[in-house]
Design a binder for this molecule. Structure first.
Ligand code: ZN
Ligand code: CU
Length: 487
């Protein structure tokens, strides 16, 4: 039987951190069937990919796409970048298992309004993803803050023993139903009061599954090293791999400290499995946090519930117009979203270059004026950072978005171009690929992405979605605990 598709004469960069090689790739039944010189072999469809790079579809390791994969399953911000899998549930916030008492607490509101939270059990969420059949594959973490909001009447304190048991039970059932692990967002007020011991007890549930612990650290500012140690301690306690989310040196007083952070990461990596993700920008974005309001760097407002017309404006200008201090203006805007230009470019580049870092967008799809990372993170690494600045070779950039991520998160038969693996693929022009989205026009598709296949089906080409959507829910497959060393 002929194959469904042969992509001929591509430069195959297979996700394993090795340089590319010229080959033909045959696809059938959703999988990569053969790689090599397939001269004389036929297929229902053939593509001449000379001069193009064929890579594994990118895995967006850090997303908040939990509800958007169901409500806007075309997933244009991601498929246009060559992303074929998103990991949702980061930073302590997940769409499930959640039963809300009222409005979602900050920052769960980043995932949508109360009406978006309709998955009391993880399996309900999983079913909804399968039913929506989004354009990209979806794997999910369980958020600590989501669990807290289910069981605590007051998020400004640590959990009591009975509440911890109830949270553990929900986490355990979710892991049984295929969740990847536990995420925390300890910097946010809704989780900050959770003592380390609360998280350690929850993380104990990860051990039996060999599941991962990811964390938006308790601080990314001055006490960032202490916060990293807390994360490593939790990981050691649970014998779980640790992924530090969007590792950064936040705040002007913290600039230049990335070598210290990376040193700490490397030291931990000698005795336990650790890594981090990062996005390729020197500005962060989240809900508007009064603790982060400062005149040391620019802050723009992306949305505001009481003042929607202020979206896209500088906090400085808004405050001046209202004749208020920055802090008072911020109070008046809340609840709101913001972009903080609070990082140093050198730190961003150093962290991105480090062999333990993966690329994730941290994009906020609900935001009416989103940080450009939502539409631009992956092509920005390939174009701006790898090709234009020469920060690392292309195969290294691709490894950080594919093979490394699939390995760390146990995504079985994904993340590499290998015979028998699922045919999640992206074909692009290495000479022209670039992010077009920027801070003034953030919702723009990347250039240079020629074709994207999800589970063997062409899903994006010629600047448009193609055919039906073919993403799937991906469950955790296997234990990730190997990598702990004695001593
Ligand atoms: Zn975060
Ligand atoms: Cu995040």
């Amino acid at each position: 039987m002929p194959y469904d598709l042969i992509i001929r004469d591509a430069l195959v960069i297979d996700g394993s951190d090795s340089p590319g090689y010229r080959a033909d790739v045959a696809i059938g039944n959703g999988r990569i069937q053969r790689i090599g010189n397939l001269h004389g072999v036929s297929a229902s469809e053939e593509i001449n990919a000379a001069g193009r790079v064929l890579a594994p579809g990118f895995i967006d390791v850090h997303t908040h796409d939990d509800t958007v994969v169901i409500r806007q399953p075309e997933m244009l911000p991601k498929i246009t970048q060559g992303v074929t899998t998103v990991i949702v549930g980061n930073c302590g916030i997940s769409a499930s298992p959640v039963t809300l008492a009222g409005d979602p607490p900050d920052p769960m509101n980043l995932l949508g309004p109360a009406s978006a939270f309709v998955y009391p059990r993880f399996r309900d969420y999983r079913q909804a993803v399968d039913q929506a059949r989004p354009a990209v594959n979806v794997a999910a973490l369980i958020g600590h803050t989501a669990l807290r909001s289910n069981h605590l009447d007051d998020l400004m304190r640590t959990a009591r023993p009975a509440e911890i048991s109830a949270m553990r039970e929900q986490l355990r059932v979710s892991l049984q139903d295929g969740a990847l692990g536990l995420s925390t967002g300890l910097a946010y007020a809704s989780a900050y009061s959770a003592e380390t011991d609360e998280v350690k007890q929850l993380a104990e549930e990860l051990t039996a599954f060999g599941a991962v612990y990811t964390t938006h650290l308790r601080s990314e500012f001055k006490p960032v090293l202490e916060a990293m140690q807390e994360a490593f301690e939790i990981g050691r306690h649970a014998r779980s791999p640790v992924v530090i989310s969007h590792l950064k040196c936040a705040g002007a007083g913290n600039w230049g400290r990335s070598p210290q952070l990376l040193d700490a990461l490397e030291t931990a990596a000698r005795t336990q499995p650790v890594g981090c993700d990062c996005y390729p920008y020197a500005a962060s974005s989240s809900t508007l946090d009064l603790k982060q309001v400062t005149d040391a760097f620019r802050i723009t407002i992306t949305w505001s519930t009481p003042c929607p017309d202020q979206g896209g404006r500088d906090l400085q200008d808004i405050a001046a117009g209202w004749n208020l201090s920055l802090l008072d203006a911020a109070r008046k805007l809340q609840p709101a979203g913001a972009v903080y230009y609070g990082m140093d470019e050198q730190d961003v580049q150093r962290i991105m270059q480090h062999p333990l870092s993966m690329i994730g967008s941290d994009g906020l799809p609900e935001d009416p004026f989103p940080h450009p990372r939502l539409w631009g993170a992956f092509p920005r690494v390939l174009g701006h950072f790898s090709r234009d600045l020469g920060l690392f070779p292309l195969h290294k950039a691709i490894h950080k978005m594919t093979g490394l991520t699939a390995t760390r998160f146990g995504l079985h038969e994904r993340g590499f171009i290998r015979q028998g693996y699922w045919a999640d693929l992206v074909l692009f022009n290495a000479a022209t690929v670039r992010d077009v989205a920027d801070f003034t026009a953030p919702k723009r598709a990347a250039e240079g992405i020629d074709g994207v296949w999800v589970n063997g089906h062409l899903s994006y080409a010629g600047g448009k979605p193609q055919g039906e959507r073919h993403g799937r829910f991906l469950q955790r497959s296997g234990s990730l605990v190997s990598g702990f060393k004695q001593g």
